[in-house]
Design a binder for this molecule. Structure first.
Ligand code: NAP
Length: 423
């Protein structure tokens, strides 16, 4: 019987799917002890801090994560920060293999004038804010203006725009952070412009998300029929399936009856952001249109949702916002999965097959197992969140939400999370 010790760094979807892949490889001759190390006192990564709270179905994958976590040989070690509580070198030395599943936490920058003015933020800050991520609670997005502009034509831009354009009472039955619901309830924003630099045929939205938009009960969703007709022309007779489905969903949106509601989400295409302007804060955004003209929108809040890159860890090689790797292999006994490996693309399920491929590679490179290791003896912290601590936090949050008809009320500070965990 060979028994290997694997450290997985990061308790998001790609980390759990890597653990599941290892569990699936086990046999009478092969077993794994999996220690999952997480910086936050809570696991689930983007399923807790990224997925839009008005899309609860996507979060049901957390049931799969909990099944993985309660399988023999799996240990959660939350509230442990790499570099502070333990080093990557020690992990590489003590474990048979180390798997990075640290995602892409930083928002990409446009690199244009005015981008750093107050009032300009990244989805990488705004999304964790409304989802109650402990590092984002102090954000104060300017909701004191009539129009907000979201830059980018992907699903994150759409999530952000929806959260800004929803009637706030629609968030009552969700696990949106209470501070965000309160702020959104007082929001003066009534129009949210989603701005794409290319035409509708190149938008990165996926069609299920587009098809959900007409179901919004209190928000007008505006697309110009001429924009969609021109895109259909450009796409030709036989566009790829995704493009065809997207354009069909957009055509239906463009034909919606307009102006019924107080709140509006409006799509503009073929507008490249040129400059954010304002006196000490964002007051307007300037775009260049496809015909080379300037288009100016007055706004006090611009959210860029143009993709992510990895937040570099000391001692790990990075290139173009990802860990430098070859099919998930980094060096020696170090591997990488998920967005840290591929970049920020794909849905949660994409990580399953991706992690399975990397774990097969990991197994094929394995040599003699190293001696057993006890992570608790290696870390310089007495506030480690184990699976049972997390289960206490989880149960407390769910119980707090129950009388309010919410799936949970999230604790948003590290101190409160540790307290709920019994530490
Ligand atoms: P994304 O899908 O890659 O979209 C990024 C958008 O930003 C693209 O429209 C891109 O336009 C635009 N962009 C990039 N650089 C730009 C620039 N300099 N100026 C203007 N626009 C720029 O990324 P994402 O929205 O962050 O989503 C990440 C992944 O998570 C995606 O795979 C997404 O589907 C997934 N996700 C899924 C869901 C869901 O299933 N409900 C929800 C959220 C996220 P170009 O195409 O012109 O480069």
């Amino acid at each position: 019987m060979r028994s290997y010790k694997i450290a997985i760094i990061g308790a998001g979807p790609s980390g759990y799917f890597a653990a599941q892949a290892l569990q699936n490889l086990q046999s009478d001759e092969l077993s794994f002890t999996i220690d999952m190390i997480e910086r936050l006192p809570t696991p689930w990564g983007l399923v807790r801090s990224g997925v839009a709270p008005d899309h609860p179905k996507i979060k049901t994958v957390s049931k799969v994560f909990e099944k993985i976590a309660t399988t023999t040989g799996f240990n959660l070690y939350g509230n442990i920060e790499l570099g502070r509580d333990i080093s990557i070198e020690v992990l590489k030395e003590k474990y048979d293999a180390v798997v990075l599943a640290t995602g892409s936490a930083l928002g990409k920058k446009l690199g244009i004038a005015g981008e750093d003015l107050p009032g300009s933020i990244s989805a990488a800050e705004f999304v964790p804010w409304y989802n109650g991520h402990p590092d984002a609670v102090t954000l104060t997005p300017n909701l004191d203006c009539e129009t907000a502009v979201v830059i980018g034509a992907g699903n994150v831009a759409m999530d952000v725009a929806r959260m800004l354009a929803l009637e706030p009472s629609e968030l009552d039955a969700t696990d949106t952070a209470i501070h965000a619901i309160d702020a959104l309830r007082n929001s003066k924003i009534r129009k949210v412009v989603i701005s794409a630099r290319r035409g509708p045929e190149f938008a990165a939205f996926t069609s299920p998300e587009l098809r959900d938009l007409p179901k919004l009960e209190h928000t007008n969703v505006l697309m110009q029929p001429a924009d969609i007709a021109a895109a259909l022309d450009r796409a030709g007779a036989e566009p790829e399936k995704e493009v065809r489905n997207n354009l069909e969903a957009m055509r239906l949106i463009s034909e919606l009856e307009q102006g019924k509601h107080e709140r509006t989400m409006e799509f503009q295409f073929l507008c490249t952001p040129k400059e954010f302007r304002g006196d000490g804060k964002v007051e307007e955004v300037v775009f260049t249109t496809s015909s080379g003209e300037e288009k100016v929108i007055k706004t006090g809040l611009i959210i860029t949702a143009i993709g992510y890159e990895a937040d570099p860890l000391t001692g790990i090689p990075y290139e173009k916002g990802k860990v430098l790797n070859s099919d998930g292999y980094v060096s020696e006994n170090l591997y990488v999965v998920g967005w840290a490996k591929r970049g920020p693309s794909g849905v949660i399920g994409t990580n399953k097959s991706d992690a399975a491929d990397v774990m097969n590679l990991l197994l094929s490179n394995m040599k003699e197992p190293k001696p057993a290791v006890e992570l608790a003896t290696l870390v310089a912290s007495d506030k480690v969140i184990t699976q049972s601590h997390w289960e206490s936090i989880n149960a407390a949050e769910i119980a707090a939400g129950e009388p309010h008809g919410k799936p949970r009320i999230k604790a948003v500070s590290r101190e409160e999370l540790l307290r709920l965990g019994g530490l």
